[in-house]
Design a protein around this ligand. Structure first.
Ligand SMILES: [Zn+2]
Ligand SMILES: [Zn+2]
Length: 348
């Protein structure tokens, strides 16, 4: 089978390797679609402490069951499935205390074991035992289901932020995550949703996805625009959904008193320091939220929203064969693509 290996920083290689064996307690999956995630782009471009080269990335996987382990019941060859790729241990402090996304030994497909940047991959027994493999009905499109994983983290972040009816929400970063944040904020009842990005092309692409106001922050003063839109009071919520530190300070400036800031986007590991005016947090009594990972319940909620048609999957702008993964990375980085999906069976 064909597999795309990341062999070093910004180095990829297509290899012809044997199809993996189906474990007795797991499933062998023929990959239909796999998302090229922002974290994959970051791992490709700057490396990651979590991986060992060579590695087959890919954690946003949807596919078809090609073989069923001899001890597995309830699944058959031909079933269409999507997988929650984050496997908590179920035993540590955080697992026991209802925060499995923070599991001390969280395993993730594409990092802890080979992912979906290949024609086949294995869904392990632990994924089945934890109910992490969801069957997709025949009348539901399989490809958009790769968005369930992104959605899960967006749903988790906004439920922590308690985004509510009539609120104003500013999302800084109009990539796939930013667009999903706008859609979820709308579903939760926010009435003003400002999508901002430094890239004019990304703003142009994101206009149909839930926002009410759009700001190109490289050309316009974002903080001033938000103050105008909110009649001088400031926004209720600001979500920084991008890999840079500057929006954190914009966030504390644009929020109203007791506003909530989510540091949703991770920063590159060598540039992880941020500067904010602490007195703004102090005097305005701001609340600052971290955001990382999600639970199986968040993933299931994301899946339900996708199948019920509440999420606009047109944020998938590019579908590429494995061989063109780097083209996908460039399209994301230049703001020409929102979401890129790799199709391992598509001809190069
Ligand atoms: Zn992802
Ligand atoms: Zn755990």
């Amino acid at each position: 089978m064909k597999a795309l290996y990341l062999t070093g920083k910004a180095q990829v290689e297509i290899r012809d390797i044997p199809v993996p064996d189906c474990p007795d307690d797991g499933l062998l999956i023929k990959i239909d679609s796999v998302g090229l995630c922002g974290s994959d782009v970051r791992t490709y471009s700057v490396g990651s402490a979590k991986i060992n080269y060579p590695v087959i990335l890919g954690h946003e996987n949807a596919g078809i069951v090609a073989a069923v382990g001899r001890n597995v019941t309830g699944y058959a060859v031909g079933d269409r499935v999507v997988a929650n790729p984050a496997i908590p241990c179920g035993k540590c402090y955080y697992c026991v205390n209802k925060a499995p996304g923070l599991c001390d030994t969280l395993e993730v497909a594409g990092t802890s074991f080979p992912g979906g940047f290949a024609q086949y991959m294995v869904f392990h027994g632990t994924m089945l035992q934890r109910g992490q493999i969801i069957k997709v009905p025949e009348d539901v499109d399989l490809e958009p289901m790769i968005l369930a994983e992104l959605l899960a983290s967006v749903i988790k972040a906004q439920s922590d932020l308690q985004v509510g009816l009539g609120e104003s929400v500013v999302v800084i970063g109009a990539g796939p995550i930013g667009c999903l944040h706008a859609m979820i904020a709308k579903l939760r009842g926010a009435s003003v949703i400002v999508l901002a990005d430094t890239s004019p092309s990304r703003i142009a692409l994101s206009r149909k996805f839930g926002g009410t106001h759009f700001v190109v922050s490289s050309e316009d003063d974002l903080v001033r625009r938000v103050m105008d839109i909110t009649c001088g009071r400031g926004a209720d919520v600001c979500i920084s959904a991008n890999p840079s530190a500057k929006p954190h300070q914009q966030g504390v400036e644009m929020l109203r008193k007791e506003g909530r800031l989510s540091m949703f986007g991770g920063l590159p590991k060598d540039e992880s320091m941020t500067t904010v005016d602490a007195n703004m947090i102090h005097y305005k009594r701001l609340r600052v939220f971290g955001a990382y990972s999600y639970s199986a319940a968040d993933f299931a909620k994301g899946y339900d929203l996708l199948t019920s048609g509440k999420i606009d999957s047109r944020i998938i702008t590019h579908k590429l064969p494995l061989e063109k993964m780097e083209e996908g990375v460039r399209a994301i980085q230049s703001g020409k693509a929102i979401k890129v999906v790799l199709k391992p069976w598509m001809d190069a």
